[in-house]
Design a protein around this ligand. Structure first.
Ligand SMILES: *[C@@H]1O[C@H](CO)[C@@H](O)[C@H](O)[C@H]1NC(C)=O
Ligand SMILES: *[C@@H]1O[C@H](CO)[C@@H](O)[C@H](O)[C@H]1NC(C)=O
Ligand SMILES: *[C@@H]1O[C@H](CO)[C@@H](O)[C@H](O)[C@H]1NC(C)=O
Ligand SMILES: *[C@@H]1O[C@H](CO)[C@@H](O)[C@H](O)[C@H]1NC(C)=O
Length: 428
């Protein structure tokens, strides 16, 4: 693997490739968005292909204060989603807990000169001094990348937004919070349609919250959302405007022998993703990743143990709040491999065909150019072999929650606190 390491100024809170993988966007706790662009292949340095360099950085969200509820609204970027490119500019959606913004990122390498009413510095000219008309001209200048907010979708969420998802019709998107999902048109910011509402009339009866939601990649009427009870609902917007009644309900009955105080907490789903093909959905809970076939609701077709050795440590993970960590999961471009994060800066890959799995580590030692990622092993119990790390020495403050996989190549981006690692297959 060839590797690149980049240090962000703040804790990275989301990572997302665009639809061809040439651009990679990260969002951070400080409300910034950083976009990286992949270097083009050059004849002189063929091995350099694929390095991602900073293309644009901008402040997407600022901290705010909700005076009605006396609550601070954090600027942290919860999610970023790219829109497919339609003209020379790029568009992306970014969201914090309350407000979704549509950003336009465009390049400028020319600037107009020779205005009639103002001088080159933008100061208005004295009209009495203007004696003849000039035709403004465009002059070349250094390439500048500008980010401009095009739309602000605010005031539609009482609870915290956990997901945004662009519909395959590319005209609408949805935003989901703990209890509601709204559908928006990209052109309309003062109105959204509530498509799911699970808020009980009496909040004391609340037993379940929405944890993630995503549109089907090809069917614009279909979406899924997951819950804190470990269930997934598939909804069809053609059936009714308010999708409170799901059309499919995916749930695995719990193994009674495994029942414990922590059962409900660890079964909460932290991420849900459709496969590129649209045939499967993948869910991540605290200890496992599951793959579900859309045609089978009563159990997943595959279950992968991410870090089963933590099963005996749930008590201390509860005490230090780690048990509430929200790990994400991603597919590779052909849906044959899945990746998700763990602790100690470890991340896991599961090959669905060969059933082989591997634990890798995102660390500075591994990130020297062209270093090879060595598989890591965690051992439980007494005997520890060289190269193995014992469960008790794992660092639970180093967690990999956010990862992304290039849509068509073996390139992955892994966010480890405030470092972004990009790993890719060796060229030849
Ligand atoms: C992704 O970004 C690259 C810019 O480097 C652009 O050429 C490409 O069209 C984008 N892909 C899509 C599908 O938006
Ligand atoms: C939204 O704004 C448009 C244009 O300003 C206006 O015509 C429309 O009535 C507004 N809708 C609502 C629900 O306020
Ligand atoms: C029950 O626990 C064992 C390990 O103790 C685990 O291997 C198994 O997958 C668990 N079953 C379920 C349904 O989670
Ligand atoms: C998915 O992973 C498999 C196994 O590493 C690889 O052969 C395949 O090329 C990957 N697909 C994409 C599109 O990255």
């Amino acid at each position: 693997h060839l590797t690149v390491i980049l240090t962000a100024s703040d804790i990275i809170s989301t990572v997302e490739f665009n639809h061809t993988g040439e651009l990679l966007a990260t969002g951070d706790k400080g409300g910034r968005v950083v976009i990286f662009q992949r270097e083009q292949e050059s004849k002189n340095q063929p091995h350099r292909r694929g390095e991602y360099n900073v293309y644009s950085t901008f402040q997407s969200h600022e901290p705010e204060f909700d005076y009605l509820k006396s609550l601070e609204i954090e600027e942290k970027i919860n999610k970023i989603r790219w829109l497919p490119q339609q003209n020379a500019a790029y568009f992306l959606l970014s969201t914090n807990d309350k407000t979704v913004k549509l950003w336009k990122v465009s390049e400028r390498d020319k600037r107009p000169e020779g205005y009639n009413l103002k001088d080159e510095d933008g100061r208005l000219r004295d009209p009495s001094m203007i004696t003849m008309l000039r035709v403004p001209v465009l002059r070349p200048m250094d390439l500048m990348v500008e980010a401009t907010p095009r739309r602000v979708f605010a005031n539609a969420h009482t609870y915290h937004i956990n997901s945004i998802s662009v519909n395959s019709d590319y005209e609408t998107y949805m935003s989901a919070d703990d209890l509601r999902i709204n559908l928006w048109n990209f052109e309309i910011t003062n109105q959204s349609f509530n498509i799911v509402d699970i808020k009980p009339a009496n909040m004391e009866e609340l037993t379940e919250v929405i944890t993630a939601a995503e549109f089907h990649p090809h069917h614009c009427n279909t979406f899924v959302y997951s819950s804190s009870k470990g269930t997934i609902r598939l909804c069809d917007m053609r059936a009714s405007a308010l999708c409170d009644r799901h059309s499919k309900f995916f749930e695995e009955p719990e193994d009674p022998s495994n029942r414990s105080f922590f059962s409900e907490i660890i079964s909460s789903i932290s991420d849900v993703k459709f496969s590129h093909s649209g045939r499967y959905i993948m869910t991540r809970d605290y200890l496992t990743v599951k793959v579900w076939d859309l045609n089978m609701e009563n159990r997943p077709i595959e279950t992968y143990q991410v870090h089963d050795y933590l099963r005996s440590k749930l008590c201390s993970l509860y005490e230090n709040d780690c048990i509430f960590d929200k790990f994400e999961c991603v597919w590779n471009g052909s849906d044959s491999v899945i990746m998700t994060g763990s602790y100690n800066n470890f991340f896991r890959m599961f090959d669905r065909n060969t059933k082989r799995d591997v634990t890798l580590e995102a660390s500075r030692e591994n990130s020297k150019p062209r270093a090879i990622l060595k598989p890591r092993k965690v051992c439980v119990g007494g005997k520890r072999r060289k190269d193995e790390i014992s469960v008790d020495s794992l660092d639970f403050s180093k967690k990999i929650l956010h990862t992304a996989w290039h849509p068509s190549e073996n390139i992955i981006a892994v966010a480890a606190t405030n470092n972004l690692y990009i790993f890719q297959d060796k060229v030849n």
